[in-house]
Write a protein that binds this ligand. Structure first.
Ligand SMILES: [Zn+2]
Length: 291
């Protein structure tokens, strides 16, 4: 499942390629993946120009000159591939990122006036591309429920603390993963940031000091930015805007490193189950604290 840094990698790549492109044709073979009225597509998508590519949590927002947006959720296996004078592909790692297109995984093909194309590929067909009037995007149910973006300028240490304290009795890892508290934090980033801040994942939020929360805030933003700079977290066939493979996992300190030693103190890393998720900690650096 693509996480915030992977979706941000897609956004950065498309933002350098798509603005200014005019859409002349759309083909799709899976109506659930493109649930839009034909009349809307004809009126608000065909002929429109892409103005900007934005992101909210794990959702991409392709802004159009008609004041509509293409809202894109990659879900489990979605990927977006641009083919033109330049090439770009990111999202789910599969050979379709670099192979001939369209292929069996191609759900939607968008053609531009300069003959370049954007392919939405999705093997498992859970992803979708919805055409929504731009002012209505924030009122879509799942968008309304999302917490603030951890990398936005107005996401301050104080806001971070206030959001977490909405669930003071819950373990910190469960709260970090709660998308209504903070948007877009996945399992890897929760484990890495808790290790960075030396906090045990089961520590109740209400027992964390202001200093600990400040350290966690810094660690979380650092690990998200590090991952974006590496093109996302996957260790497989992942290609970013410049054709580099995502390599973040090689830099992970605890995630999927059980049995290896903590880079900070040399203690053997353990794997636990917390909030229903595989969880990786250094038992020396991250001591259990709690009632
Ligand atoms: Zn350690």
């Amino acid at each position: 499942m693509p996480e915030l840094p992977e979706v941000e990698t897609v956004r950065i790549g498309l933002q350098t390629l798509l603005p200014g492109k005019r859409i002349v044709r759309v083909d799709f073979d899976w109506p659930k993946g493109f649930p839009n009225a034909a009349s809307d597509v004809e009126r608000f998508l065909i002929g429109s120009e892409i103005t900007q590519v934005e992101r909210r949590a794990k959702v991409l927002l392709v802004r159009l000159s008609t004041d509509y947006s293409l809202v894109i959720h990659l879900k489990m296996t979605g990927q977006l591939v641009f083919r033109g004078q330049q090439q770009f592909g990111a999202g789910h790692p599969s050979r379709s990122l670099v192979g001939p297109l369209p292929d069996a995984s191609t759900r939607v093909t968008i053609e531009f006036s300069d003959n370049s194309k954007l392919y939405f590929n999705d093997q498992r067909k859970f992803g979708w591309m919805r055409l929504v009037p731009t002012p209505e995007v924030e009122n879509i149910d799942f968008m309304k429920a999302l917490g603030p973006e951890p990398l936005s300028d107005d996401f301050t240490p104080e806001l971070f603390r206030q959001r977490l304290l909405k669930r003071p009795k819950s373990g910190i890892k469960a709260v970090l993963l709660d998308q209504t508290i903070i948007a877009g934090v996945g399992n890897i980033y929760a484990d890495e940031s808790l290790w960075g801040a030396k906090i045990h994942p089961l520590t109740p939020v209400g027992m964390l000091t202001k200093t600990q929360l400040r350290r966690l805030y810094v660690a979380l933003r650092d690990v998200l930015l590090l991952s974006i700079s590496k093109g996302g977290s996957t260790d497989r066939n992942y290609v970013d805007a410049e054709g580099r493979r995502g390599s973040y996992l090689r830099f992970a300190n605890v995630f999927r490193r059980e049995g290896q030693t903590c880079p900070r103190c040399g203690t053997v890393i353990q794997k636990l189950r917390v909030a229903g998720r595989g969880t990786h900690i250094c038992p020396h650096c991250q001591k259990v604290v709690g009632p």
